[in-house]
Design a protein around this ligand. Structure first.
Ligand code: PAD
Ligand code: ZN
Length: 367
């Protein structure tokens, strides 16, 4: 098979370090795009999937926050050209089903439509062995082939090392607040968990004009960044009862919207208990699919609700260019979110840093 040589970090065994090796990419088919990757963010979801079985066959190419330059396009690709600067967004969507046509590609009925079929050659392989691309991207590599629906052109002025964050961490955090919840001026917001995603929920609340933005975390550095990005109040929940503090700050009323961005029953409980009557909680954090949350019944007497959040209800082709524009205007802050710039060889250290409670992101830069 004629193809393209590349280098990527492959997960061969759950819990084991990723192995940097030569990979082979198949030629693009009609609806695919090949991207020369310049920057790839290391997200908590990569770490989660590297350590527990989430149903992705091994060997697996992790990574899904990429920015780069288009090198090749398939014959049917429209609106993306060779030389474009692009980011990838893992909202796998067919573009044709009722949900997609209704402006909800993040709920697509046929999200496998962006994958190759079992009759086709794998997009990525190592010495003839197929490698799974995590959520259709597999971005810990210097080149990727992916479906055009996951590729969004951005202005050349946005540097690659921050642009990569637009595809997942930024669009999930910002989108949960702006799109899923539709927070508006006058609303009061709690964000529980101010990491790579949560800090963007804080920024989303600032951009939406929320009256009060209360950031909760265990880590003072995360809370310092939250203040820089727009939190009006911060609470370190390791020092006391965060809910009592939220009630104090809101004159006993509780907030209108609370975002859980960790994925734990006890932090969802903080979010729900922080709400005032009729308030809405949004569960952004991810757990294994069969995990049980155990929500006390009392919350529902006050007409509180809990909503799931799929990728911040992002419509990639609409929202990502919007977020890039906000960045160029200085209204969306991205530079503060990148804590470390590393090489592909250091990918395991980047993942470890998430585990040991580091703040903000590591971004892999390619030559
Ligand atoms: P992160 O590790 O960068 O941030 C997590 C933050 O939570 C850190 O600042 C921690 O200090 C803080 N934290 C941890 N435990 C507690 C606690 N008990 N109380 C208070 N604070 C705590 O992760 P991230 O921001 O990259 O991702 C957050 C979650 O969002 C994670 O579960 C990830 O898988 C999920 C996610 N969801 C979607 C989606 O579409 N729903 C998309 C992308 C990521
Ligand atoms: Zn669809």
């Amino acid at each position: 098979m004629p193809g393209v040589e590349a280098v990527g970090a492959v997960l061969r065994e759950l819990g084991a370090p990723l192995v940097v090796e030569s990979i082979q990419l198949d030629e693009v088919t009609s609806h695919e795009v090949r991207v020369r990757v310049h920057a790839s963010g290391v997200c908590r979801s990569d770490l989660t999937v590297a350590h527990a079985d989430h149903g992705f066959p091994l060997p697996l190419m992790l990574g899904h926050e990429i920015a780069g330059t288009v090198e090749a396009i398939g014959s049917a690709v429209r609106g993306i050209a060779v030389g474009d600067h692009v980011v990838a967004c893992p909202v796998n969507h067919c573009g044709r089903c009722a949900r997609c046509r209704n402006g909800q590609p993040f709920l697509c009925h046929d999200h496998h439509a962006t994958a190759r079929t079992s009759e086709q050659a794998s997009r990525v392989s190592v010495a003839g062995e197929s490698v799974t691309q995590f959520i259709g991207i597999g971005g810990f590599a210097d080149r990727v082939v992916l479906h055009e629906n996951l590729v969004v052109p951005i202005p050349h002025e946005v540097p690659f090392d921050v642009a990569c964050l637009l595809g997942c961490g930024v669009s999930t955090g910002l989108g949960a607040v702006l799109n899923t919840a539709g927070v508006t001026h006058g609303d009061t917001v709690v964000v529980v968990g101010c990491g790579g995603v949560g800090l963007n929920a804080v920024q989303g609340a600032r951009i939406a004009g929320a009256r009060r933005i209360i950031a909760i975390d265990l880590n003072d550095e995360a809370l310092r960044l939250a203040t820089e990005l727009g939190a009006t109040d911060v609470i370190n929940s390791s020092y006391g009862d965060p809910v009592a503090e939220v009630k104090r700050v809101t004159n006993g009323l509780g907030v209108t919207h609370a975002f859980e961005i960790i994925g734990r029953p006890e932090t969802l409980e903080i979010a729900l208990a922080s709400l005032g009557k009729g308030g809405s909680a949004y569960l952004v954090g991810v757990q294994k699919p069969d995990a049980i949350l155990g929500i006390p019944f009392r919350h529902f007497f006050d007409q509180k609700s809990v909503h799931g959040v799929a990728m911040g209800s992002t419509i990639p082709q609409i929202h990502i260019p919007e977020y890039a524009e906000l960045y160029l205007q200085g209204r969306l802050r991205l530079d503060e979110l990148v804590a470390n710039r590393i090489t592909l060889a250091e990918v395991n250290e980047g993942l470890d840093r998430l585990r040991t409670g580091g703040v903000a992101r590591s971004v892999i830069l390619f030559e």
